[in-house]
Design a protein around this ligand. Structure first.
Ligand SMILES: Cc1cc2nc3c(=O)[nH]c(=O)nc-3n(C[C@H](O)[C@H](O)[C@H](O)COP(=O)(O)O)c2cc1C
Length: 188
């Protein structure tokens, strides 16, 4: 079994990646393979509505999308992690999920039944809206989203600050544990 975390901050090794790594550590403890896939520095264009994916499970725009989509297909669990940018998920992860969501619609079995969920980091506000944005994506793509002990949010501004948010880390950890639990039950 494998769980991947796709992180949507354009800033490498920041709070989003730290939080995602924390959830993945909880999952790895349960004997499940994990991988972080950072979108930072990747070429991910936004959907241009060409609709080619309605005929074929692929995107007509050739960039870094394809390799990551392939990893989503292989994974049993998918975490989407984003910082809050102007009260929303980043344009980077939004571009990615627009395309992944639409490409997957041409083969609803691709993502259906996988387990996943969102993780969100912000300095001060916008977590809930961003969680909802990502959550809506999971629900329309047919994934199963386990809960935690709070909504999957954490606070932090400068790189590394999220490590001071004890409750945020605990929530991400418990989310990872619940994700692993659901995955193991599904695969039993
Ligand atoms: C362009 C931009 C917009 C931001 N907008 C918000 C916001 O609306 N609310 C908030 O609390 N923090 C906001 N932040 C702060 C980031 O969410 C915060 O620094 C976060 O920890 C960044 O995650 P990272 O370290 O993974 O890049 C913004 C940061 C940037 C660069």
């Amino acid at each position: 079994m494998k769980v991947i975390a796709i992180t949507g901050s354009p800033r490498q090794n920041g709070n989003t990646e730290m939080l995602a790594a924390h959830s993945l550590k909880a999952i790895a403890e349960e004997g499940i393979d994990t991988e972080i896939i950072s979108l930072a520095g990747k070429d991910i264009k936004f959907c241009n509505a060409c609709m080619a994916c309605s005929k074929k499970e692929d995107c007509s725009i050739q960039d870094d999308f394809q390799a990551i989509y392939e990893k989503m297909k292989q994974a049993d669990g998918i975490i989407l992690a984003s910082p809050v940018y102007y009260g929303s998920c980043t344009a980077l992860i939004k571009a990615f999920i627009e395309r992944a969501g639409y490409v997957a619609r041409s083969n609803p079995q691709t993502l259906r039944g996988k387990v996943g969920g969102p993780l969100v980091v912000a300095r001060r506000a916008g977590h809930n809206f961003t969680i909802a944005q990502l959550d809506l994506w999971f629900k329309i793509a047919g994934l199963i989203v386990p809960g935690s002990t709070y909504w999957n949010i954490a606070f932090g501004r400068e790189k590394g600050e999220v490590s001071q948010d004890e409750e945020g880390l605990k929530t991400a950890w418990n989310f990872g544990k619940n994700l692993a639990l659901v995955l193991k039950k599904l695969k039993a």
